[in-house]
Design a protein around this ligand. Structure first.
Ligand SMILES: Nc1nc2c(ncn2[C@@H]2O[C@H](COP(=O)(O)OP(=O)(O)OP(=O)(O)O)[C@@H](O)[C@H]2O)c(=O)[nH]1
Ligand SMILES: [Mg+2]
Length: 609
C-alpha cells in the first residue's frame, strides 16, 4: 500500500479537499482552524473503490512551514498535488514540485481545486500551466482533475484517479528492515507514549523490541494502530501509530526513527550523488559549492550538513555530482535513501540526492579511487554496489555489508570467508601471504611437518572462522591437527641428517628397553622432534623408543595382562627386562595411550591395543 501526501501553494485548498475526500479535518490545532491555515502535518485516510484503505498526509503550503512540509514529504510515495484554478501556478507550487522531484516521487494526481470559482477558459489555462510545470519532473504526465470541494464536482473522478495511481505505483519494498520516521509523539492517559509515522522497508508486530534511532533507546511495541484500528502486525506503506512500552514522552521526537534493535546504525558521514535543481526551480545563478550553510532533510528528519564535493568545485543549476555529506546529527540511513537539500541562507530547496553508501569513510577530495567508487555505486544494483564496496575496502564484515548495501545476503558474485566478504584481490593477497609464510617455515624448519596453525593464522591477520574458510578454499594447503603445511611439503633430510638419524635409531634399538636417555643421546632436538612427528620414534618421559619397540612393549604387556591378570610396575619392569627408572615412565605412557588402565597399584587392560 501507499501513503498519499498533499502538496501545493498556501491556501490552494489542500486541507479542504482532504476533508471533503475523507470526512476527516486534517487541521488538528485550534490555531490552524482560527487562522484557516495549516501549520503542521495533518493525517487522514480514505477507503478506495478498489478496496484499499490509503493513508493521507496533509502538508502546509505556507513557506514558513516548509520544514513541516518536508517532514511530510519524507513519508509519502504518491502525491495529491493541489493547484487552485483561480490563482493558478504559484511560487510554493514550484518549490513543492521541486521537492517531490528530488525525492523521486513519480506517482500522483493533480487536483485543480476551486473549479467552482472560475470559467472554462481559466480552468484550461491552469490545466495547461500545470501540465507544463509537471513535464520537467518525475511527475510528468500525471492526470489532472478539476474539482470543487464546495460543490463536490470532480471528486469521484479524483478518487478514481488516486485509486489508479496507488494501485499502479510499485509496491513498497519489504526488505525485512523496517524504519518508521517519527512525525508525531503524544501520550494517552494511562496508556503511555505513542509515536506515529509512515512505515517503510519492512513490517512491525506487537511485541517487537524496537530502538529509537539515533539515540538508541529501547522499547517494546505494545499496540499497533493504523487508521485508528488496532492490528497485530503491519506492513510497509502504511500510516502507523505505535504505543511503545518503556518509552517516556520525551524519549522520541519528530525526526527520530523507530527501527528493530541492531538492524540500523546511525551515521554521520554518507557518500551521495547530489543534484542541483534546474533553473525553473532555483533561478539562473544558483550553484552548489562547499560554502554556505546547508540543511539536509530525509524522512521526517532535518540536520545541518557540510558538503564536500568530488571531482568539481561547484555544481551548476541542473547539474549532478558526487559528494560526501557530513551530518551534524547522526541518522539511520540506507543506500538509496532520497534526501532534500536546502540553502539555509537563501531559504531555498535547491536540490538533493540519493545516498550511495550510508557508512562512508572520510576521503580526500583528490582521492581519485574514491571518486571512481562513487561512480560505480551510482546507478548500480545493490548486488553490484556490494561488489564495488568489497573491492574498495578489500574486506567487509557481513554485518557492515548488509548495512551499506542494503542486501540481506551477498550474491554469488562476491567471495565470502565465513563472516567476512573479501575482494578477489584481497583473496589473492591472503592466499599468497599464507603460502609465503608456510613456505618460509618449511625452509627454515625442514624437519618439521608444518607450521603451527596459530602462527599461520596470525600471519594472515584473519579471525579464526575466516582463516578456516581460507584454508578450505586453498587446495594446496593441508591442515593437519595443530599444523598447516603445503601439500607439496615432505620432511627432507640432508645426507648428514640421514646419517645422524640412523645413528640415533641404532643407539635406541641397541639399548632395548633401557635406551640412552635424551641427555646421553647427543642428538639434535630438531631431529628428534622430526622423527617423533614422522612416527619413527615415540617420546616416553626423557627417553625415546622406536615405533617397533613401543609396539612390542604394548603387545607384550597386554598379552601378559590378558593371560595372567593385572600387573604391578615391578612385574612390567621384569617382563620388559628393564629398570624401575624406565618402567615408571613406560607405564605412564601405556596408560596415556590407552594400552593399560591404572587401577590402584596395578595395570589392567586399556581400551586401545
Ligand atoms: N470555492 C471554493 N473554495 C475552496 C475550495 N477549496 C478550498 N476552498 C477555500 O480555500 C481556502 C483555503 O483552503 P485550505 O484547504 O485551508 O487551503 P490549504 O491549501 O490547505 O492551505 P494551507 O494548508 O495553509 O497551505 C478556504 O477558505 C477554503 O474554504 C473549493 O473547491 N471551492
Ligand atoms: Mg491546509
Amino acid at each position: 500500500m501507499h501513503v498519499i501526501g498533499t502538496a501545493g501553494h498556501v491556501d490552494h485548498g489542500k486541507s479542504t479537499l482532504v476533508q471533503r475526500l475523507t470526512g476527516i479535518d486534517p487541521d488538528r490545532f485550534a490555531e490552524e482552524k482560527r487562522r484557516g491555515l495549516t501549520i503542521d502535518l495533518g493525517f487522514a485516510w480514505l477507503p478506495m473503490p478498489s478496496g484499499n484503505e490509503i493513508g493521507i498526509i496533509d502538508v502546509p503550503g505556507h513557506e514558513r512551514f516548509i520544514k513541516n512540509m518536508l517532514a511530510g514529504a519524507g513519508g509519502m510515495s504518491v502525491c495529491l498535488f493541489v493547484v487552485a484554478a483561480n490563482e493558478g501556478w504559484m511560487p510554493q507550487s514550484t518549490e513543492h514540485l521541486a521537492i517531490l522531484d528530488v525525492l523521486g516521487i513519480s506517482s500522483g494526481v493533480v487536483a485543480l481545486t476551486k473549479a467552482d470559482m472560475v470559467d472554462e477558459e481559466t480552468l484550461e489555462l491552469a490545466r495547461e500551466e500545470a501540465t507544463d510545470h509537471l513535464e520537467r519532473t518525475s511527475l510528468s504526465g500525471s492526470p489532472i482533475v478539476a474539482v470543487s470541494a464546495v460543490t463536490g464536482d470532480g471528486i469521484d473522478e479524483l478518487v478514481a484517479a488516486l485509486d489508479e495511481a496507488t494501485t499502479n505505483a510499485p509496491p513498497p519494498a519489504d526488505r525485512g528492515r523496517p524504519r518508521l520516521w517519527v512525525d508525531r509523539v503524544f501520550t494517552i492517559a494511562g496508556a503511555g507514549t505513542v509515536v506515529t509515522g509512515t512505515l517503510a522497508g519492512g513490517g512491525l508486530e506487537v511485541g517487537h523490541e524496537i530502538e529509537i534511532s539515533p539515540e538508541g533507546r529501547h522499547a517494546r511495541v505494545r499496540t499497533i494502530q493504523s487508521h485508528k484500528k488496532e492490528v497485530d502486525a503491519i506492513g510497509p506503506g502504511n500510516r502507523v501509530a505505535l504505543n511503545l512500552a518503556g518509552l517516556e514522552r520525551q524519549g522520541a521526537e519528530r525526526g527520530d526513527a523507530v527501527v528493530r534493535a541492531s538492524q540500523w546504525r546511525p551515521t554521520h558521514l554518507v557518500d551521495a550523488q547530489v543534484r542541483v535543481l534546474p533553473e525553473w526551480a532555483v533561478g539562473p545563478d544558483h550553484n552548489l559549492s562547499e560554502k554556505g550553510s546547508h540543511l539536509l532533510y530525509v524522512g521526517s528528519a532535518e540536520t545541518p550538513v557540510r558538503i564536500k564535493l568530488f571531482g568539481t568545485a561547484a555544481i551548476e543549476a541542473g547539474g549532478t555530482g558526487f559528494a560526501q555529506l557530513f551530518l551534524r546529527d547522526p541518522l539511520p540511513l540506507a543506500r538509496g535513501d532520497r534526501f532534500v537539500l536546502r540553502d539555509a541562507g537563501r531559504r531555498l530547496s535547491f536540490g538533493g540526492g540519493v545516498v550511495l553508501d550510508p557508512l562512508a569513510r572520510n576521503a580526500r577530495r583528490s582521492d581519485e579511487a574514491h571518486l571512481a567508487l562513487l561512480r560505480r555505486l551510482a546507478g548500480s544494483s545493490d548486488a553490484d554496489a556490494l561488489v564495488a564496496l568489497v573491492d574498495a575496502e578489500g574486506a567487509l564484515a557481513m554485518r557492515d555489508a548488509r548495512l551499506r548495501s542494503g542486501l540481506d545476503r551477498p550474491g554469488d558474485n562476491v567471495r565470502r570467508l565465513d563472516s567476512l566478504l573479501v575482494s578477489d584481490d584481497r583473496f589473492e593477497r591472503l592466499s599468497s601471504e599464507l603460502h609465503t609464510a608456510i613456505a618460509d617455515h618449511h625452509a627454515s624448519k625442514p624437519l618439521e611437518q608444518g607450521m603451527p596453525r596459530e602462527s599461520a593464522r596470525a600471519a594472515t591477520g584473519l579471525e579464526g572462522g575466516s582463516f578456516d574458510a581460507l584454508l578450505d578454499a586453498l587446495a594446496d594447503v593441508v591442515s593437519e591437527g595443530a599444523v598447516v603445511r603445503l601439500e607439496s611439503h615432505v620432511v627432507s633430510m640432508s645426507s648428514e641428517q640421514r646419517r645422524a638419524r640412523d645413528q640415533v635409531i641404532a643407539a635406541i634399538e641397541g639399548g632395548g628397553f633401557t635406551p640412552p636417555l635424551n641427555k646421553d643421546l647427543g642428538a639434535d632436538p630438531a631431529l628428534l622432534r622430526a622423527l617423533v612427528d614422522s612416527g619413527e620414534l615415540v617420546r616416553i618421559g626423557d627417553f625415546h623408543l622406536t615405533a617397533a619397540q613401543s609396539a612390542e612393549a604394548r603387545s607384550k604387556v597386554r598379552a601378559q595382562i590378558e593371560s595372567e591378570g593385572p600387573m604391578t610396575v615391578a612385574q612390567i619392569r621384569d617382563l620388559l627386562g628393564t629398570s624401575r627408572k624406565y618402567a615408571v615412565p613406560l607405564c605412564e605412557w601405556l596408560d596415556q595411550t590407552g594400552a593399560t588402565l591404572r587401577q590402584g597399584d596395578t595395570r589392567i587392560l586399556g581400551p586401545r591395543p
